[in-house]
Design a protein around this ligand. Structure first.
Ligand code: IMP
Length: 428
């Protein structure tokens, strides 16, 4: 039985929530491996909409185990809020949600530092979600982090916080003039989460090892997208974790030899939130239309997403980096009614065409996309479940994308609801 990884192929917001929720029907375990409550995974069913930030998108299927891995950074308040919201909608979490005892905790001073850097003071603005994600991962790598397992030992927790408190107080005060809350109030706040959270905390590496040994179907859920990966994305305009498929190994403690397949979720056009290069970005009526019809507003921050044409350079890069076996194309219906649809096949910079993703920000920022043009379709594709019922030009567009990225599509999404999906190949 396979262990599969599902990743976003662009700059996040590809519609992974819906796809993971759909795939979850056939799996036993859904496990998040990186990111934090910067993610927003939207799931629609029974005419209701839910946005999950931390808890894996399999939680709406009864009897599925949902794991938050060691690679995730955990804001305890956001977690408790999300748990409460789910419980209020009748979702039972006990025995179904397991949180890694090695996950690092996002502290209030991480949020202060994130917002401080973003508000000037010489640091380059990234357009972060302001949730303290970067500073929390920075502390993890600097070996200054506080982990979920530390909640078990009050004396150790106090020591860890004490060491951080003095350092953060000095830094934040001198850089941003911020005052940390009293030490005791920060410590008491941490302790207050113990009652709710501790019973969900466990060694998730052992859990994953055992589930794999039992031959269970496991879905590793990536947050954000390939181009926001801290190593492979459009650095420095990235998030602070490895959102690519490799992150599933380190973020869950699964050996690479146990991962069977990788699936990529990719939108029929491109969006990004926050700052940073975006070669196919549109500043005209077409871009506005994509944003309006596609409801392109951030699920976490509500910010308007920047919109542009499909970028095959990005897609090919993601296919190779993640070892994608099959793709899921989302939001094809948003292209309904466009007379012409463009697809970027390379980046032109100073007379040279780059077919592969360059690392240099200067090239990415100032290159000109080389476009192939496709004829659009006037019919509505909303809710279509059968590939043959798609307009001929929509079929042709999907086929051309598949040819350009040399990867098959296993699903095409024609709307936000579970049912609004064309199934082309089975994932399991
Ligand atoms: P951070 O992850 O909050 O540090 O933000 C870094 C960059 O990643 C910013 O451009 C954010 O807008 C972007 N980002 C973070 N999470 C998401 C997501 O779930 N979807 C899309 N963009 C995201």
């Amino acid at each position: 039985m396979p262990v599969v990884v599902v990743v976003g192929m662009q700059w996040g917001d590809e519609g992974k929530g819906k796809i993971i929720d759909l795939l979850a029907e056939n799996v036993d375990v859904v496990a998040r491996y990186q990111g934090g409550h910067n993610a927003g995974h939207t799931i629609c069913f029974n005419e209701k909409q839910f946005v999950l930030h931390l808890i894996p998108s399999g939680i709406f299927h009864e009897n599925k185990l949902c794991v938050i891995g060691n690679g995730v950074v955990l804001d305890p308040q956001a977690l408790v809020d999300e748990m409460r919201q789910l419980e209020e909608t009748g979702v039972n979490l006990e025995g179904r949600l397991v949180i890694s005892d090695r996950a690092n905790i996002i502290m209030p001073y991480h949020g202060t530092s994130d917002k401080g850097r973003e508000s000037g003071g010489g640091f380059q603005k990234i357009g972060t979600t302001g949730r303290g994600i970067g500073p929390s991962y920075a502390d993890k790598i600097a070996r200054a982090g506080i982990r979920a397992c530390d909640l078990r030992d009050e004396a150790y927790l106090k020591d860890r916080l004490q060491a951080n408190y003095q350092e953060k107080q000095k830094i934040l005060n001198s850089l941003y003039g911020s005052e940390l809350p009293e030490f005791n109030s920060l410590f008491d706040e941490l302790l207050s989460y113990r009652e709710t959270i501790l019973k969900y905390i466990a060694d998730t590496h052992i859990l994953m090892r055992d589930q794999i040994a039992l031959g269970k179907n496991i879905l590793c859920e990536g947050a954000q997208g390939t181009m926001l990966d801290v190593d492979h994305g459009t650095y420095p305009f990235v998030t602070s974790s490895n959102s690519t498929a490799g992150g599933a190994c380190t973020g869950l403690g699964i050996p690479p030899t146990k991962i069977d397949k990788a699936f990529g979720v990719i939108k029929a056009y491109t969006t990004r939130v926050g700052e940073g290069p975006f070669p196919t970005e549109l500043f005209d009526g077409d871009g506005e239309r994509l944003g309006k019809v596609g409801h392109e507003f951030g699920a976490t921050t509500g910010r308007a997403r920047r919109c542009g044409w499909f970028d095959a350079v990005v897609a090919r890069y993601g296919v190779h980096l993640n070892g994608i076996d099959a793709l899921v194309l989302t939001k094809i219906d948003v292209l309904d009614g466009f007379k012409t649809i463009k697809v970027c096949t390379g980046y032109e910079y100073k007379g040279k065409v780059f077919p592969d993703m360059p690392a240099d920000p200067e090239i990415l920022q100032n290159c000109k996309p080389v476009y192939a043009e496709f004829e659009g379709w006037s019919e509505s594709t909303v809710g279509i479940q059968d590939f043959d019922r798609l307009p001929e030009n929509a079929k042709r567009y999907i086929q051309q994308l598949s040819d350009l990225v040399e990867t098959p599509f296993m699903m095409v999404s024609t709307g936000p609801d579970r049912e609004q999906t064309i199934q082309l190949e089975s994932a399991f």
